[in-house]
Design a protein around this ligand. Structure first.
Ligand code: HEC
Ligand code: HEC
Ligand code: HEC
Ligand code: HEC
Ligand code: HEC
Length: 211
C-alpha cells in the first residue's frame, strides 16, 4: 500500500503541486463564498459545461477530502460476497467481470451472472437461496463502487489495452484472492498511472487519461 508513488508530489515538481494546491484551495474558497447555494451547484454548472479540464469539486468538503486523499479503503456492500472463496474454487476474473478484455469497463456481475453457476452449485445454502429468490423476483444487488474517481476529476480509463499489454490485475487492485469484497488496496492516483506510462513509454498526454 505504501508504494513509493503514493503521493502526487513525489513525481510532480513543486511548482506543479503548488498550482494544484492553489486551484483546490481557490475552489474551496469559491464554495465558501456562495452561502445559500445548494451544495455547490453553482460550481458544477459554472465548470460543468466547459470543454476545458478543471479540478473543481462539488463542495469545499469534497475538495479538502480529495486534497488530503482521505477516502476510506473499505466499502460496505449489500451482500456477503467473497472473492477468496470463488478464486480458491478455481473461478477466474472473466467469469464475473466479463467486459475486462474487450473494452473500458470490467463490469460488476448481476444476479443472473451469479445464477449461471448457482442454479447448480451450493443451491441449499441460505445465501444462495436468497440469490435464487432475488432472481425470481427480478431484483438485483446494488453493489457500491470501490475503485472510482470523482466525476470532476474527468479521468478516462480503459481496461482492454492494459490486459493486452499483460499488466496484471493485481498491479492495480492488489491480490484479490486475499479479499472478501474488494477493498481499495492500491491508491491509483495520478502519479501511479503516469510513472508506469513513463516507464513503458506510453503516452502521458493529458488527454490520454482525461476528458
Ligand atoms: C492499469 C490499472 C488497472 C488494471 C491492470 C486493471 N484495472 Fe480494474 N480498474 C482500474 C481503474 C482505474 C478502475 C476505475 C475506473 C473508473 O471507474 O473510471 C478499475 C475498475 C475496475 C472494476 C470496476 C468495474 C468497471 O467496470 O470498471 C472492476 C470489476 C475491475 N476494475 C476489475 C479488473 C480486473 C478483473 C482486472 C484484470 C483482468 C483489472 N481490473 C485490471 C485499473 C486497473
Ligand atoms: C463461475 C461460477 C460461479 C459464479 C459465477 C458465482 N459463484 Fe458463488 N460459488 C461458486 C463456487 C464453486 C462456490 C463454492 C461452493 C462450495 O463451497 O462448494 C461458491 C460459493 C458461493 C457462496 C458461499 C456459499 C456458502 O454459504 O458457503 C456465496 C455466498 C456465493 N458463492 C455467492 C455468489 C454471488 C453473489 C455471485 C455473483 C456475484 C456468485 N457467487 C457467482 C461458483 C460461482
Ligand atoms: C464469482 C464472481 C467474481 C469473480 C470470479 C471475481 N469477482 Fe471481482 N467482483 C465480484 C463482485 C460481485 C464484485 C462487487 C462486490 C465487491 O466490490 O467486492 C466484485 C468487485 C470487484 C472489484 C471492485 C470493483 C469496483 O470498483 O467497485 C475489483 C477490482 C474486482 N472485483 C477484481 C477482481 C479480480 C482482479 C478478479 C480475478 C482475480 C475478480 N474480481 C474475480 C465478483 C467476482
Ligand atoms: C503498470 C503499468 C501501467 C499502469 C499502472 C497504468 N497504465 Fe495505462 N497503459 C499501460 C500500457 C503498457 C498501455 C499501452 C497498451 C498499448 O500500447 O496498447 C497503457 C494504455 C493506456 C490507455 C490507452 C492509451 C491509448 O492510446 O489507447 C489509457 C487511457 C491508460 N493507459 C490510462 C491509464 C490510467 C488512467 C492509469 C491509472 C489509473 C493507468 N493507465 C495506469 C500501462 C500502465
Ligand atoms: C496516465 C494517466 C494520466 C495522465 C497522462 C494525466 N493524468 Fe491527471 N489524473 C490522472 C488520474 C487517475 C487522476 C485522479 C487521481 C485521484 O483521484 O486520486 C488525475 C487527477 C488530476 C488532477 C486532480 C483532479 C482532482 O481534483 O482530483 C489534475 C489537476 C490533473 N490530473 C491534471 C493533469 C494534467 C494537467 C495532465 C497533463 C499534463 C494530466 N493530468 C495527465 C491520470 C492522468
Amino acid at each position: 500500500m505504501a508504494s513509493p508513488s503514493r503521493k502526487i508530489g513525489r513525481a510532480w515538481p513543486n511548482w506543479a503541486l503548488a498550482i494544484l494546491g492553489l486551484v483546490t484551495v481557490t475552489t474551496a474558497a469559491c464554495t465558501f463564498a456562495s452561502p445559500g447555494q445548494p451544495s455547490g451547484m453553482a460550481e458544477r454548472s459554472r465548470w460543468g459545461t466547459s470543454a476545458v479540464f478543471t479540478p473543481a469539486h462539488a463542495t469545499a468538503g469534497d475538495a479538502i477530502a480529495a486534497f488530503f486523499d482521505s477516502r476510506p479503503d473499505t466499502v460496505a456492500q449489500p451482500f456477503d460476497f467473497s472473492h477468496q472463496i470463488h478464486l480458491g474454487k478455481g473461478a477466474v476474473c472473466t467469469d464475473c467481470h466479463t467486459g475486462v478484455e474487450q473494452g473500458p469497463r470490467a463490469g460488476i456481475p448481476t444476479v443472473n451472472t451469479c445464477m449461471i453457476c448457482h442454479s447448480q452449485i451450493a443451491t441449499d445454502r441460505p445465501l444462495i437461496i436468497k440469490l435464487a429468490e432475488m432472481q425470481e423476483k427480478g431484483l438485483d444487488l446494488a453493489w457500491n463502487r470501490v475503485y472510482d474517481y470523482q466525476p470532476q476529476a474527468h479521468v478516462r480509463f480503459n481496461h482492454a489495452p492494459h490486459v493486452r499489454a499483460e499488466v496484471a490485475c493485481s498491479t492495480c487492485h492488489g491480490n484479490q484472492a486475499e479479499q472478501t469484497v474488494a477493498r481499495r488496496a492500491v491508491d491509483m492516483n495520478m502519479a501511479f498511472c503516469v510513472n508506469c506510462h513513463k516507464a513503458k513509454q506510453v503516452s502521458n498526454d493529458c488527454l490520454t487519461c482525461h476528458y
